[in-house]
Ligand binder design. Structure first.
Ligand SMILES: [Zn+2]
Length: 251
């Protein structure tokens, strides 16, 4: 029981500050070679869920298997604060957000902590990767997590991403960020209809019990912008899709 509580605390800590997490566990993990996703569970006993979990993320969203409901609850967005900084944490580019932004779903307020990017996308739709995916990470007071995912299709340059990219630190560090609250909201598509499923962190320790909301509408990103991001993170930062097991995707 103790280890589960420790894990939960560590999972939240990792999302809030990856450097704190690295300090706590001191385990290097990555996306290539001996530290790649298929080895995560071997790197540290605390990463056991990466191998033993049954509700892991990311997933392949198969459209014909989606359970259509009579209408999922609308997510109430309250993104009112600005970005406080852009961090290159060695795994991704992460934009930290000042306290005060949140979403409400299932009657629970989840506070927006940060958002970050993966290339190619981690979640797939009908077996197809997207060039980029953004994860907006939220935590409730009790530590439960909710992630809103935005998938980016190949297209014209994304002006909102351009503002973030211009602040991306090339070395592990943080930098000031003038990204206003309105622009954080603009990164999400206008139509907030979503696919919903249960999942996990897509990075060690792969803790489960994470509410996932993938936006049904896509945003766009240029090939040059993806290339610039990929160069910074030395290639790619996506965990492969995981088995669905007993789960269903709802819409
Ligand atoms: Zn992520």
């Amino acid at each position: 029981m103790k280890i589960i509580n420790a894990l939960k605390a560590t999972a939240v800590a990792s999302l809030l500050s990856t450097s704190l997490f690295a300090g706590a566990l001191g385990t290097h993990w990555g996306y290539t070679g001996h530290s790649s996703p298929e080895h995560w569970a071997e790197l540290n006993p605390l990463f056991f869920m990466c191998k033993d979990g049954s509700n892991q993320s990311p997933i392949n969203i198969v459209k014909k298997d989606i359970l259509a409901t009579t209408g999922l609850e609308k997510i109430k967005f309250n993104y009112t604060t600005n970005a406080s900084g852009v961090i290159n944490n060695g795994h991704t580019i992460q934009v930290n957000v000042k306290d005060g932004s949140s979403i409400t779903i299932d009657g629970i307020q989840f506070d927006l902590k940060q958002f970050h990017f993966h290339t190619p996308s981690e979640n797939e739709v009908d077996g197809k990767h997207f060039p980029l995916e953004a994860h907006f990470v939220h935590a409730a007071k009790d530590g439960h997590l909710a992630v809103i995912s935005v998938l980016f299709e190949d297209g014209k340059e994304n002006v909102d991403l351009k503002r973030i990219w211009s602040k991306m630190p090339h070395k592990e560090s943080s930098a000031g960020c003038g990204l206003p609250a309105a622009m954080i909201k603009d990164i999400l598509p206008k139509n907030k209809a979503y696919y919903r499923f249960d999942g996990s962190l897509t990075t060690p320790p792969c803790s489960e019990g994470v509410r996932w909301f993938v936006m049904q509408d896509y945003s766009h990103v240029s090939a040059a912008q993806v290339k610039e991001f990929a160069k910074l993170i030395h290639g790619h930062d996506n965990r492969p899709v995981q088995p669905m097991n007993a789960r269903k995707v709802l819409k």
